[in-house]
Write a protein that binds this ligand. Sequence first.
Ligand code: SAH
Ligand code: SF4
Ligand code: F3S
Length: 438
Amino acid sequence: MSRYLVKSFGCQMNVYDSERMGDLLAAAGHDPAESPETADIVVLNTCHIREKAAEKLYSDIGRLRQPRADGSRPVIVAAGCVAQAEGEEIARRAPQVDVIVGPLAYHRLPQLLEDAKTARAIDTDMPAEPKFAALPPRRVQGASAFLTVQEGCDKFCTFCVVPYTRGAETSRPLADLVAEAEALVAAGAVEITLIGQNVNAYHGGIGLAGLIARLAEIPALKRIRYTTSHPRDMADDLIAAHRDIPKLMPYLHLPVQSGSTRILKAMNRAHTRDSYLASLAALRAVRPDVAISGDFIVGFPGETDEDFADTLSIVREVGYAQAYSFKYSPRPGTPAAAMADQIPEALKDARLAELQALIATTAQAFNTATIGRTCEILLERPGRKPGQLIGKTPWLQSAYITAPDARIGDLVRVRILDAGPNSVEAEVLPLQPESAAA
Ligand code: SAH
Ligand code: SF4
Ligand code: F3S
């Protein structure tokens, strides 16, 4: 018997790919391992987005190649976006790696593992044939599932590696997605998050709004989310879907990157501060309670104090419920890496700290404003205290409840009682009379 472990280093699509590689390995007769120490095959599913993310690959390989007590070491697979971007360099820097496979070719993993028995196998093609068609059915998993609907990016922001590691934008056919969603729901999923590098650029015959409307017809599916959206593709019908489709959760992750239109132009973002704010205003007009989340980069080349002040002011103006912020990391081969006026690290650090402190205050304000609301939460994991469970509200807040009788995967009705910057506390409400009658 041989055992495998897949470790994810990246975004939700990277997590989805890890799960699918697990499906492939299980279909090929391997069993999941509990830890890297007991695995015969270790897949490192890498991320290239920032330098720090990419470097994790090499530290993990260093650990894995140390012989164990019995002299063995696992078969090492480098997968994901670093494998795609610098497969040859991995082969040079880490000759112990047995298989190198990119994000568009991993359906060939079982064959590559066979090939690797004789010599290192590399596959960083961007094959024309769809990988999804070649993957086995998904295995049973939890109440909340990811579903990749769109992959790749044609936008070429000047800081970003994704168009190079994931290739051009492609959308999966509607029929395949409906079938995969129905299988997930049959296996117990009550929430599906549609994912893609530019998920709202989905165009499988119908747009993302049409896909959401179609999936909302699956009776046992209770919640639909989508991420990550690009501001340029916030179509009117998608905004209207937030008014018309109750199963679509009131949450939007819409990265802006900077509040300065001058910097947005240098980033080649194809949106301005004002067009971004206009999209959010349109959304809030139809769904006033919507929670907004975003991504920010500080210290992009040429970013002045004034540009950074614009970023702080857009955070205040939007009142983000959540946001991720990063120091600009120059990536090999991207236009911004070659720009003049790179910002010193110390200044990036200071700006990041200031931005994160501000985001914590807007997140706290958002959470505080939800105190007193009643809503459903989807229970995801146990808390630290006995009887405590953590679930997600419609606004994607982590809500803590004490409910010894509830189970992971349940949707329970709660009232929000208290709020911190990263979570809320809630109490379980008694069942509605009609369901309590049973
Ligand atoms: N497609 C999404 C973002 C995908 S990458 C969009 O366009 O918004 C996820 C986030 O990583 C980005 O939103 C950005 O904030 C960050 N990021 C990407 N490249 C980066 C870089 N070179 N340095 C720092 N952060 C980066
Ligand atoms: Fe990267 Fe820009 Fe594409 Fe997002 S839209 S994946 S930031 S190139
Ligand atoms: Fe990273 Fe690739 Fe996702 S670079 S963010 S794993 S698309």
